[in-house]
Design a protein around this ligand. Structure first.
Ligand SMILES: C[S@@+](CC[C@H](N)C(=O)[O-])C[C@H]1O[C@@H](n2cnc3c(N)ncnc32)[C@H](O)[C@@H]1O
Length: 197
């Protein structure tokens, strides 16, 4: 484990998006396309009432999730990324966007699905724990929480946590609060699905 580091800041992500409009190649990478297909396939319900996507970035996954719900709120810390997402999803009337830094702020709504895909390892432990509580508080009973994170770990990454550390922190939550419905580990990512008790 790396020495403890603070959460990565909005400035960090803005500078990434300044240097490259699609820093993780969400629009073009085969790996991301396959991972998105696995993400959507892991959702037990064909249509959710109200979805929260944390860290929606430039909106590639957002547009796919929009087909699986009546309403979707996508939040991100980067205005530059979110503007691309707004442009991409302009024809999707069920999608809303808000600039928001979790866990400092969180939508004052209840959701029946929360998606945390490739975001949790940017938090420090303390923020991860605060974010977990907010996710639980704002997930209705029977609602689903889907986690997807890259698992290879290297010291040169800026991330305070690894993907595995994020998933293990959710697996360690009391079973009176959340039930683990299943998970899958691919070569470079893992996916875990939970249900709010
Ligand atoms: C690697 S991208 C993930 C994109 C998308 N979820 C996906 O899987 O395709 C991470 C995104 O999370 C955003 N982000 C990072 N920390 C955040 C925070 N504390 N609150 C909200 N968004 C955050 C970043 O700006 C970035 O756009």
């Amino acid at each position: 484990m790396k020495p403890s580091q603070p959460s990565l800041t909005p400035d960090y992500f803005d500078s990434l998006y300044n240097a490259d409009a699609d820093p993780w190649k969400f629009e073009t990478s085969d790996y991301e396309t396959k991972k998105y297909a696995a993400t959507l396939a892991a959702l037990p319900k064909s249509c959710y009432r109200s979805v929260l996507e944390i860290g929606g970035s430039i909106g590639v996954l957002t547009a796919m999730l929009a087909e699986r719900c009546e309403a979707l709120l996508s939040i991100d810390v980067s205005e530059m990324a979110q503007q691309k997402a707004i442009d991409r999803c302009c024809a999707l009337s069920n999608v809303r966007f808000q600039l928001m830094q979790v866990p400092q702020t969180y939508p004052e709504e209840q959701f029946d699905l929360t998606v945390l895909s490739e975001v949790g390892y940017y938090w420090c432990w303390e923020d991860l724990q605060k974010a977990q509580q907010l996710m639980l508080e704002h997930l209705e009973p029977g609602g689903h929480l889907l986690l997807v994170h890259w698992t290879p770990y290297a010291d040169y990454y800026d991330n305070p946590l690894s993907g595995d550390e994020v998933h293990e922190a959710f697996l360690a939550l009391p079973s009176s609060q959340i039930k683990h419905l299943g998970g899958d580990r691919a070569e470079k990512y893992r996916l875990d699905l939970f249900e709010r008790v």
